[in-house]
Design a protein around this ligand. Structure first.
Ligand SMILES: Cc1cc2nc3c(=O)[nH]c(=O)nc-3n(C[C@H](O)[C@H](O)[C@H](O)COP(=O)(O)O)c2cc1C
Length: 153
């Protein structure tokens, strides 16, 4: 069974909730799903998943959630080759923060791409100003993503 790792960066739990709500959709599509709340680089490099989905919110002024910072530091300092990584990205943010809207998810996407990761499809950005429950946006997006990218096994 192919493995999907859902890698979470959250402050208040919204991104974790998204991860937990979309997990069954991937299980139905034939994946063995693992949700990782405090990721480290080894989660990507030692046991590279067939697919990864990053669910990350933004805090501060476009900053990564605290529990996610060590992972980003490892990515930047060790510059691993992520050519084998196929991933999707769901960014949670709030457009009332202006220029830093979804800054963490956008920055992560750029870092992963620079290291050779292949994003499948477009990034989903969920705006708390428009969507009260992030799941309401995430679930249909994941359903469409699985179908559009032919991810079901
Ligand atoms: C102190 C604070 C700072 C925030 N800064 C930003 C920001 O710079 N950009 C942004 O898009 N959203 C920002 N947000 C909004 C959060 O990213 C948004 O509410 C998100 O849904 C929280 O997800 P979480 O529950 O997974 O932490 C901020 C929220 C708080 C409370």
């Amino acid at each position: 069974m192919p493995k999907l790792k859902i890698v979470v960066g959250t402050v208040y739990g919204g991104a974790l909730d998204v991860a937990e709500q979309v997990s069954p959709l991937f299980e139905q599509a034939g994946y063995d799903v693992v949700v990782i709340e405090q990721p480290s680089l080894k989660d990507l490099t030692d046991d590279t998943p067939d697919l990864a989905l990053f669910c990350v919110s933004t805090t501060g002024s476009g900053d990564f959630p605290g529990d996610f910072v060590p992972f980003v530091r490892e990515l930047k300092s060790q510059s691993p080759s992520l050519g084998a990584l196929r991933y999707g990205l769901i960014a949670l943010g709030d457009s009332s923060y202006g220029d830093t809207f979804c800054g963490s998810g956008r920055a992560l996407d750029e870092i992963l791409a620079d290291l050779g990761g292949q994003r499948l499809g477009e990034r989903l950005e969920i705006d708390a100003m428009e969507t009260f429950m992030a799941d309401d946006a995430a679930i249909p997006w994941v359903e469409g993503w699985i179908e559009a990218e032919g991810l079901a096994t």
